[in-house]
Each structure stands twice: as structure tokens, then as C-alpha cells.
Design a protein around this ligand. Structure first.
Ligand code: NAP
Length: 309
């Protein structure tokens, strides 16, 4: 019987592991297939406090893991949770065919970027196609070049505004003729001289797979069906995130988009089950906020096991 199983190994999960390990709870971390979480896919992280020159995202996550392990956290690498039993205590998770019982569970499964789902997007990922302007926008390959942002929400607007610092022009391609973003963000975007909205348009192909780099996008007008090409050196896809919460549907309270609703601090509606990070946060989504939530979930978990609430 485990004291606590932590599902997920991003900033939230590994911070929860550090805190529960230091509380002598000997936590078991099930990393999932992307060990270290989304941050491992980025280059330099400049906004995580404590690193004056920034730190490589992968390195930051490996550091977090080693720090948690130093205090006794056990890491089940690349293991995937197939199902959970949260209806009665002890809880149980099935990991790659093995059923493991636990007194408490911390859910830190994160969120993934929604993808367009076209083949060229997949083939050119990290070769000019990215899902994070704040991570990659400052790369030399994008400097003073035309850039494309896809999406019409706050994230797309934020990315487009950020990228005006680096690109020569930012084409904001949206599938409708009105932004979904909040008015203040939309107004800022539409007033910016370097941002060119491309309305009623969907990207059908990212060019050029043969050259193994991004040279442009092929865009279809959703009203007329006409296709055009826009030259660009980078494609920033910001069409929303998808929380990784399917496992918990029907048991753990979540909103209509699948984000888990914390009850208070790191607690969920099921006593003994806690939550942290992007699977419960559609607003901030930062490494540092996920780490903070991981800390809160761990402290709540520790208090619960001590017989508090
Ligand atoms: P979002 O609000 O869900 O917007 C996603 C956008 O992508 C929508 O414009 C949507 O088009 C478009 N889209 C979705 N699937 C698409 C597809 N397959 N192909 C092309 N376009 C597609 O997501 P978000 O912008 O990531 O924001 C999520 C939440 O975080 C929101 O609540 C937002 O307010 C918040 N947020 C706030 C800030 C801020 O306040 N500074 C910053 C970032 C995020 P449609 O409009 O046609 O549906």
C-alpha cells in the first residue's frame, strides 16, 4: 500500500513529489510517457525564478526529479496509468498492467497543446512549428522574419503580441471573422501595426516538408474555398490546450472543458485525492504556478494523512 501516488511528472507532479518526500511519505511518481512534462519540449526557460541566465527546460525538469529523488521519491519512468479506482478507499491505479493501491492520489497530469492534426504540422514540429511563443519566439531563426500565429483566443493574441518583438510581421490566422479573445486583448492585437489578421481562414498545409523547414503556410478561405500561400519562417499554433483528465471523468469534478475543479487549495471533491498544475488551471499555466500548486497539493495531502482535513 502506497502512502501517495503522484500521477504526472511535470512541474506540479515533481514539486508534489519533493514536498511529500521531505514529509517522509515515500511518494511513488508515475511519470507518464512524456517524463518531465511539457517543459522538456522547450528550450531555455527564462521566467522560472532562481536562474539568472535561464535554464534549459529539460535540465530544469531533470533537476526537479533528482531533487525529489534525493529525499526518497520513487520515479516510475515512462509508466502510464491505464485506469484509476477512486470510488472507495484504498484507491488504486493500474500502471502498465499492475494494480497498485494507495491511501492518497495527487493528480498532476497536465495538459497538452491542441494540434491542428495535419501531417506537415507533425513533421515540422521544432523545425519552425511550435506551440509556445514565450519559449521559442526569441530564437534566431525567427528574427526579423514573417511569422504566423494560428488561433483566435487570448493565447493566440498573447503570442501574436509577444512575437511582434521578433518578427518582421505577424500574420494572425483565424478560422472565423471575429476573435474569441477578451476585448482588451483583441483591441490590442487589431491596433498593432505589425499584426495582420487573416480572417475566415484555415491552414491546410505547412510548407515545406521537403526542405525540412518552415517556409510558409497554405491557407484555405473558409467562405470561398480559395487557397493562398503566406510566406513565413515560423508557425505558432495557439488553438487551446486539452487537459489530460479523461481518466478521472465522472468521479472527479471538472468543468465543461475537462479541467479539474479544485475544491480548496489542492483538494478535489473526493477526500484523499488532490490535484495540481495545468490539468486544473486554464488561466495561468506557468511552470512556477504549477510548481506552487504541486506544493499546495502535497501539503494538503500530508495533512490529510496526518488525520487533518
Ligand atoms: P481558447 O480560448 O479555447 O481559444 C482557442 C482558439 O483556437 C479559438 O479562437 C478557436 O476558434 C481556435 N481553434 C480551436 N480549434 C481550432 C482548430 N482545430 N483549428 C483552428 N482554430 C482552432 O484557448 P486559449 O486562447 O488557449 O485560451 C484558453 C483560456 O485561457 C481562455 O479562458 C482564455 O481566456 C485564457 N487565457 C487568458 C489569457 C489572458 O488573459 N492574458 C491568456 C491566455 C489564455 P473559435 O474561436 O472559432 O472557436
Amino acid at each position: 500500500m502506497e502512502n501517495v501516488i503522484i500521477i504526472g511528472s511535470g512541474c506540479a507532479g515533481l514539486t508534489a513529489a519533493l514536498y511529500t518526500a521531505r514529509a517522509n511519505l515515500n511518494p511513488l511518481v508515475i511519470t507518464g510517457r512524456m517524463q518531465g512534462g511539457l517543459l522538456t519540449t522547450t528550450t531555455i526557460v527564462e521566467n522560472y525564478p532562481g536562474f539568472v541566465e535561464g535554464i534549459d527546460g529539460y535540465q530544469l525538469m531533470m533537476n526537479m526529479q533528482q531533487q525529489a529523488e534525493r529525499f526518497g521519491a520513487r520515479i516510475r519512468s515512462l509508466a502510464t496509468v491505464e485506469s484509476v479506482e477512486l470510488g472507495a478507499r484504498p484507491f488504486a491505479v493500474t500502471v502498465d498492467g499492475e494494480r497498485i493501491e494507495a491511501q492518497t492520489i495527487i493528480i498532476a497530469t497536465g495538459a497538452g497543446h491542441r494540434h491542428l492534426g495535419i501531417e506537415s504540422e507533425h513533421l515540422l514540429e521544432n523545425k519552425g512549428v511550435t506551440y509556445c511563443a514565450t519559449c521559442d519566439g526569441a530564437l534566431p531563426m525567427f528574427r526579423n522574419k514573417p511569422l504566423v500565429v494560428i488561433g483566435g483566443g487570448d493565447s493566440a493574441c498573447e503570442e501574436a503580441l509577444y512575437l511582434t518583438r521578433f518578427g518582421s510581421v505577424v500574420h494572425l490566422i483565424h478560422r472565423r471573422d471575429a476573435l474569441r479573445a477578451s476585448k482588451i486583448m483583441a483591441d490590442r492585437v487589431l491596433a498593432h501595426p505589425k499584426i495582420k489578421p487573416v480572417w475566415n481562414s484555415e491552414v491546410v498545409e505547412i510548407l515545406d516538408v521537403a526542405k525540412d523547414e518552415v517556409t510558409g503556410v497554405r491557407v484555405r478561405d473558409t467562405v470561398t474555398g480559395a487557397e493562398t500561400t503566406i510566406d513565413c519562417a515560423g508557425v505558432f499554433i495557439a488553438i487551446g490546450l486539452v487537459p489530460n483528465t479523461a481518466l478521472f471523468k465522472g468521479v472527479i469534478d471538472m468543468d465543461e472543458s475537462g479541467y479539474i475543479k479544485p475544491v480548496e487549495g489542492g483538494k478535489t471533491n473526493v477526500p484523499g485525492v488532490f490535484v495540481a498544475g495545468d490539468c486544473a488551471d486554464k488561466v495561468f499555466r506557468q511552470a512556477i504556478t504549477a510548481a506552487g500548486m504541486g506544493c499546495m497539493a502535497a501539503i494538503d495531502c500530508e495533512r490529510y494523512l496526518m488525520g487533518g482535513h
